[in-house]
Design a protein around this ligand. Structure first.
Ligand SMILES: *Cc1c(COP(=O)(O)O)cnc(C)c1O
Length: 395
């Protein structure tokens, strides 16, 4: 069974989209589903749809579907909110599990929001917690008996560099620290097996490789044996054991439902549910193989044409996620020029041109054509045009 299923996506003509690592493409089924949930469910059933269309069960149902893609058993993944919120929830629960320890360990390659959420949580707790930030290569050695939680993003958002999940998880557990993996750039990009890994928590977003659409709900995984021990800090009514009993005191649900907070974004969840239809028969190992073929080909084709671009991603496929980054001093302008010429990637400060590879809707011909266009942008100095020099708010 081939991995490529371009026909399931609504891609604009004349565009090669290498930014599915940032915002996935639009699955055709999502349009239909959005229309249906709006017109038939919301429009016609109104509030009755919470029961008649089973809106109440949608966050867990979608969580289970994501679970299949990351090796998590049914009943261990909940969707909702944003990834930043899910990071906060996981971290708070982790600290609660190791009350005598005061260090949260992360690395300098982590995404800023993950660090900001940790800093905010530390300020709220006001109990001498420390966010210890080390270089990615130094994580192993920094895992000590002081560490309450190791909080890492599997694939570096700038370079795609992968952490070795099994060995770091094992090191965390050897020192009795709680392991939290952020799978933002892993879910839908490569094979993850949370059950085999044994990590306590994992979080991720669904608008990147999973194609759930802008602002699609995030997810959180809790290792099944721990769910009943967590006392959620974000104790919203939707995570209550009986939301409609309207009790004055919080009692968490006896399942992964306790990781819910407030009313779920049903339209966005329904769109995500439809986006997951595309993943129904995707083998994650085959997807990973296809992704490495595409990203490896891109590296070869770009390096051959553009010696002034410096590969910022690991060359070795097994150490690289589903993206390739090149450092270039004029990366912002070059990316604007490239986008203007029909190849969409993105830019991350200070000088990273980033390209994501999504084998569900990209093939080798796309990759070669994208490299050709990039070659023209660089070698014909197309990026020097004044119109490519002004930075937009979102890069
Ligand atoms: C994309 C990304 C985020 C974004 O968080 P949101 O709350 O969804 O905006 C956070 N962390 C990592 C590691 C990411 O890659």
């Amino acid at each position: 069974m081939t991995i490529l299923r371009k026909e399931r996506f609504d891609l604009p003509e004349g565009i090669i989209y290498l930014d599915g690592n940032s915002l996935g493409a639009l699955p055709k089924g999502a349009i239909e589903r959005a229309n249906d949930v709006m017109a038939a469910e919301w429009g016609t059933s109104l509030i009755r749809a919470w029961n008649s269309a089973d809106w109440m069960a949608l966050p867990a149902k979608v969580g289970d579907r994501i679970g299949r893609l990351i090796g998590a058993p049914a009943g261990s993944v909940m969707t909702g909110d944003t990834l930043s919120i899910k990071v906060y929830q996981a971290l708070q629960a982790a600290l609660q599990m190791r009350p005598k320890r005061r260090v949260i360990l992360t690395d300098s390659g982590n995404f800023p929001s993950d660090m900001y959420m940790a800093q905010g949580l530390i300020r709220t707790l006001d109990r001498d917690y420390e966010l210890r930030v080390v270089e990615p290569e130094a994580v192993h050695a920094a895992i000590t008996e002081e560490v309450a939680a190791v909080m890492l993003t599997h694939a570096d958002y700038r370079t795609g560099r992968l952490h070795d999940m099994p060995s770091i998880t094992a090191a965390a557990h050897a020192h009795d620290a709680v392991m939290i993996w952020d799978l933002a750039h892993s879910a839908g990009a490569l094979a993850v097996d949370l059950s085999a890994l044994g990590a306590e928590f994992a979080v991720g977003c669904t608008y990147k490789y999973l194609n759930g659409g802008p602002g699609a709900p995030a997810f959180i995984y809790v290792r099944p044996d721990l769910i009943s021990e967590i006392a959620p800090a974000l104790a919203g009514w939707m995570g209550h054991d009986a939301p409609f009993a309207m009790e004055p005191g919080y009692r968490p649900a006896m399942s992964i439902e306790r990781m819910r907070v407030g009313t779920p974004a049903i339209v966005q969840l329904a769109i995500l549910d439809a986006a997951l239809d595309v993943w129904e028969d995707v083998d994650m190992h085959a997807l990973r193989d296809a992704s490495l073929v595409l990203s490896g080909l891109f590296i070869d084709e770009v390096e051959r044409r553009c010696p002034s671009l410096e590969l910022a991603s690991p060359r070795e496929g097994s150490r690289r996620g589903s993206q390739v980054s090149f450092a270039f001093e004029h990366g912002y302008a070059a990316m604007q020029a490239l986008i203007d010429h029909g190849v969409i990637g993105d830019f991350r400060a200070p000088d990273i041109m980033r390209f994501g590879f999504t084998p569900l809707y990209l093939d080798e011909a796309d990759v070669v054509q994208a490299a050709e266009t990039l070659g023209a942008v660089i070698n014909q100095d197309l990026w020097r045009h004044a119109k490519y020099q002004t930075r937009s708010l979102v890069t």
